[in-house]
Write a protein that binds this ligand. Structure first.
Ligand SMILES: CC(C)(COP(=O)(O)OP(=O)(O)OC[C@H]1O[C@@H](n2cnc3c(N)ncnc32)[C@H](O)[C@@H]1OP(=O)(O)O)[C@@H](O)C(=O)NCCC(=O)NCCS
Length: 148
């Protein structure tokens, strides 16, 4: 099996975003604000040419650390049959390296509570109280500095 990690377009993320993050909802619900911003970057893991894991970095500052050059990580997902095989972690580490090269100092995200363990293992720190996002569930804010 040939594995590649590479950049893709917004629309190419939908092959994973739709079944994993927006199952049973219209495909339009896969679009996130800032997806098409010229500074946004979408990354994927491809196995034999098939996109199986995706992650997006969007140019949105953190209001908690406003002085750091930040990006918001959003839409992380791995197709069900490829979860727990290490692909999501590889993708996050690759994206962190690329974003660091671009001068990004801080990454932040709103994690589903069910994915907290995933971010903790990757060195992300929780901050603040948990909060509810309608229709999706309880979330926690996480941060990771890229400059330490
Ligand atoms: C969270 C997700 C992106 C992780 O991707 P992945 O390719 O499965 O990640 P990895 O195989 O690298 O997992 C690394 C570690 O994260 C943790 N982890 C991953 N998925 C988990 C899950 N569903 N529940 C609990 N822990 C999980 C585990 O500790 C895992 O290590 P282990 O397999 O050795 O126990 C993937 O499970 C997913 O798409 N989940 C559904 C969508 C989702 O919740 N996305 C995050 C939105 S914030």
């Amino acid at each position: 099996m040939i594995m590649k990690i590479k950049r893709i377009s917004t629309e190419e993320t939908y092959a994973v975003r739709h079944p994993v993050l927006r199952a049973g909802r219209p495909i339009e619900d896969c679009f996130f604000e800032y997806d098409d911003h010229h500074l946004s970057i979408h990354f994927c893991v491809e196995l034999d040419g098939k996109v199986i894991s995706v992650l997006s970095a969007l140019p949105i500052q953190s209001n908690i650390f406003p002085k750091l050059k930040a990006m918001r990580i959003r839409g992380i997902a791995t197709l069900d049959q490829f979860q727990r095989l290490g692909y999501g972690s590889k993708l996050v580490r690759y994206a962190e390296e690329e974003l660091k090269k671009n001068g990004i100092e801080l990454l932040w995200l709103n994690s589903r509570i069910s994915a907290s363990e995933f971010y903790l293992k990757l060195g992300y720190k929780p901050k603040g109280d948990t909060f509810n996002i309608d229709g999706i569930g309880i979330h926690q804010k996480f941060f990771k500095s890229l400059i330490l």
